[in-house]
Design a protein around this ligand. Structure first.
Ligand code: FCB
Length: 477
């Protein structure tokens, strides 16, 4: 047995998001977010599930904080709901729902009382529906309104929180939400995704500037979801081009403006050739890229799996997009000659291939090609897996498959650190089984099991094991 020690001070956390756990969806002044409305579209979410109750964390946060404390969770990554804080998306003091802010204040106090560091995300996909009615992320004004919302939260919690994440996975918000239509708001317009993506980045940049000004010592940044696209046949230039195209639309569309101050040139040229560049070009105003390109302290890395990409379709490939029961389109604005292939690897219950070595390569790539000696630190803000958990006769959930998944990925993180990648923390996705977006409650990602009828929580074997990893700051393999 080998004990892989992590650097002193490495942060062990667990993550959730407001819409996925809070419930109390139409109480205490909260109004519809785009996910409330989307969940009402027939066929949009498996089983017609919604976020009305979820894990009821709004009412049970104290128990959940106690659970985290039992699990040696050092930091809780949660998000605030814009639809709870500024339910109508309106500007000015009158747009604030004080009850919503009070809830987050209580949650943060409870975390701090238990020695748990709050790690806040300001936007994890739940835009107030009132703002979608004004065009949502395709409307530039929403970026400005995001800043006002962010600073409303800051004004209340800034004295107690030092890590601020603006956005979670803008790729999903923009391209799953506005191009593919498999996520809220369910629009299917290829160039709307590009425009939404730009406005999300702008919202991040504008909020960064305000937060930096208000709290220069804070740890500021955002979280992106990454994939590593490998060509099916690395000797075939068509597969190499397809894999590059995939990564470019997935990773570089966000990374390049953030770290290099420009959108990927090859992608912009390809969009131009396809006649799809004009809406994005119009959305980009002078000075936007400088705003977006401001240095960040923390880049959150969400990693679940990579992709093998080829120029020909693979009839054995399984779609890993949300399995909605209504017509949708591709999340890729340019998708000709670009196909995901199966690698024949073991899969999770969500049919995502298990590919831990991709995480090591991803972290090394981010360090070498983007961080490049700057002060940005990396945190794995999400990693985890859905499996078909079962409560056994003794009342336990013996999820050895998840335990093994997390272990393998932590080994990959450890290897990346040994290769010099500046990784300072890991957050398990998720603390709790929860509302897994278009998949509903059927896909369980928690290290803690939730019985959605009784709201009983059961710490899974993976949770007990994770608590030991955190206590020892090491993984034994
Ligand atoms: C990520 C989301 C998170 C969760 C996991 C499984 O894309 O950020 O909310 O649903 O996937």
């Amino acid at each position: 047995m080998t004990k892989l020690e992590f650097p002193p001070g490495f942060l062990w956390g667990a993550a959730t998001a407001a819409f996925q756990v809070e419930g109390a969806a139409h109480q205490y002044g909260r109004k519809d977010s785009i996910w409330d409305k989307f969940a009402r579209i027939p066929g949009a979410v498996i089983g017609g599930d919604n976020g009305d109750v979820a894990c009821d964390q709004y009412h049970r946060y104290q128990d959940d904080v106690a659970l985290m404390s039992d699990l040696n969770v050092q930091s809780y990554r949660f998000s605030t709901s814009w639809a709870r804080v500024r339910p109508d998306g309106k500007s000015g003091k009158s747009g604030i729902n004080q009850e919503g802010l009070d809830y987050y204040s209580r949650l943060v106090d409870s975390l701090l009382d238990n020695g748990i560091t709050p790690w806040i995300t300001l936007y994890h996909w739940d835009l107030p529906q009132a703002l979608e009615d004004r065009g949502g992320w395709t409307n530039r004004d929403v970026a400005e309104l995001f800043v006002e919302y962010a600073m409303t939260v800051y004004d209340t919690l800034g004295d107690r929180i030092s890590t601020w994440t603006t956005l979670n996975e803008p790729w999903c918000s923009a391209f799953l939400g506005y191009t593919a239509g498999v996520h809220a708001p369910g629009r299917q317009d290829s160039t709307a995704g590009l425009v939404a993506g730009h406005h999300l980045l702008l919202a991040h940049g504008l909020a960064m500037a305000e937060l930096r000004n208000a709290a220069p010592e804070s740890n500021l940044g955002l979280t992106l979801n990454f994939t590593l696209a490998d060509p099916v046949d690395p000797t075939d230039p068509r597969d190499v081009a397809a894999a590059r195209q995939f990564e470019s639309q997935h990773n570089s569309f966000f990374l390049d403006p953030l770290f290099r101050g420009q959108y990927p040139v090859d992608l912009m040229e390809a969009l131009q050739q396809a006649g799809r560049f004009a809406p994005l070009d119009e959305a980009i105003h002078d000075g936007d890229l400088e705003i977006i390109n401001a240095p960040i302290d923390a880049l959150g890395v969400n990693y679940y799996h990579g992709e093998a990409v080829g120029h020909r379709p693979d009839p054995t490939a399984i779609s890993t997009e949300a399995p909605v029961d209504r017509p949708t389109s591709s999340p890729f604005v340019l998708d000709e000659g670009m196909y995901v292939h199966s690698r024949g690897l073991p899969r999770t219950a969500q049919d995502w291939e298990i590919q831990p070595e991709g995480l090591r390569r991803l972290l090394v790539h981010l360090d070498k090609d983007y961080i490049n000696g700057s002060n940005t630190r990396l945190y794995i803000t999400e990693n985890g897996a859905a499996f078909n958990d079962r409560v056994d006769d003794t009342g336990r959930v013996n999820d050895l498959d998840r335990l093994d998944y997390v272990k393998q990925h932590l080994v990959a993180v450890h290897e990346a650190i040994e290769s010099g990648a500046p990784v300072d923390g890991y957050f398990a996705w998720s603390l709790l089984d929860n509302f897994e977006w278009a998949w509903g409650y059927g896909k369980r990602f928690g290290i803690v099991y939730v019985d959605f009828t009784t709201q009983e929580r059961i710490i899974k074997a993976s949770g007990r094991w994770y608590s030991q990893v955190s206590r020892e700051n090491a993984v034994t393999v």
